[in-house]
Design a binder for this molecule. Structure first.
Ligand SMILES: [Zn+2]
Length: 246
């Protein structure tokens, strides 16, 4: 996305005061950086053999085989869409938003690590200030709210990295920062066999992270194999929105 980083204006009476949130955190110095920090939910309270699947739609492409597998098995999933991905797949984004099997989460506007100092992860430069964090969260928040008719509940940044100030900003904007228990596809670089074993090895209450924008990867086949194996052994795939997340 080109252009500046001015804080967008709020659009509804219930929206947070974006300028006030940015001003509150401006100048605060982060002390922690990572994918698993206080305030980032990463597990849920399972009732028996339950796990939750989440898929990041980062940029460009759509893994149709993966989505078909979820639909064929009626497996719910939380799909994290970035504005970059929505721009590349506007019609598909509308279809997914309308499908009750899926909840749409906020995967950021520019799909960058959520930092107030420009810190990088995997070579991707992060947002550089509290103002940019607000913009990264809120521009895509309004995009998804328009797409789905309801504001997104969950946020996961591009690369899943946050600093602790950014985590606090997400919460103050009314979204819940989500991490993961199991990284199932290693950025869509893992083989199908490895994806399968990562998911089938997950403990009850795990939040599983994989990707839905790399159809060339082993993710779809690995997820399909894991779903087949786990449904046959009494596992249940649950919608994270219906669970108490810890
Ligand atoms: Zn991503």
């Amino acid at each position: 996305m080109c252009g500046g980083f001015a804080v967008p204006s709020a659009t509804a009476a219930s929206d947070p005061d974006l300028a006030a949130v940015a001003a509150h955190y401006r100048g605060q110095t982060p002390t922690r950086w990572g994918t698993s920090l206080p305030g980032i939910a990463a597990t849920f309270a399972a009732s028996g053999r339950q796990i939750a699947l989440t898929f990041d739609a980062c940029v460009r492409r759509c893994d149709e085989a993966l989505l078909a597998t979820l639909e064929r098995n009626s497996v719910p999933a939380l799909l994290f869409l970035s504005s970059v991905w929505i721009d590349a797949n506007p019609g598909r984004a509308e279809q997914l938003a309308a499908n009750p099997l899926f909840e749409i989460g906020n995967h950021g506007t520019r799909h960058v690590p959520l930092s107030v100092t420009g810190r990088s992860a995997y070579g991707i430069g992060g947002s550089r200030s509290a103002d940019e964090v607000v913009t990264e969260v809120w521009t895509n928040h309004t995009r998804i709210a328009a797409l789905t008719g309801k504001p997104p509940t969950w946020f996961r940044p591009g690369t899943a990295y946050y600093d602790d100030v950014a985590v606090a900003i997400v919460a103050e904007l009314g979204e819940r920062p989500l991490g993961f228990t199991v990284d199932a596809d290693d950025g869509a670089k893992a083989s199908a066999a490895r994806v399968r074993s990562a998911i089938t090895g997950a403990a009850p209450g795990s939040v599983v992270l994989a990707h839905m924008n790399h159809p060339e990867s082993g993710t779809a086949a690995g997820v399909s194999d894991a779903i087949t194996a786990m449904l046959a052994t009494g596992w249940q795939f649950v919608s994270l929105s219906s669970q108490f997340v810890q």
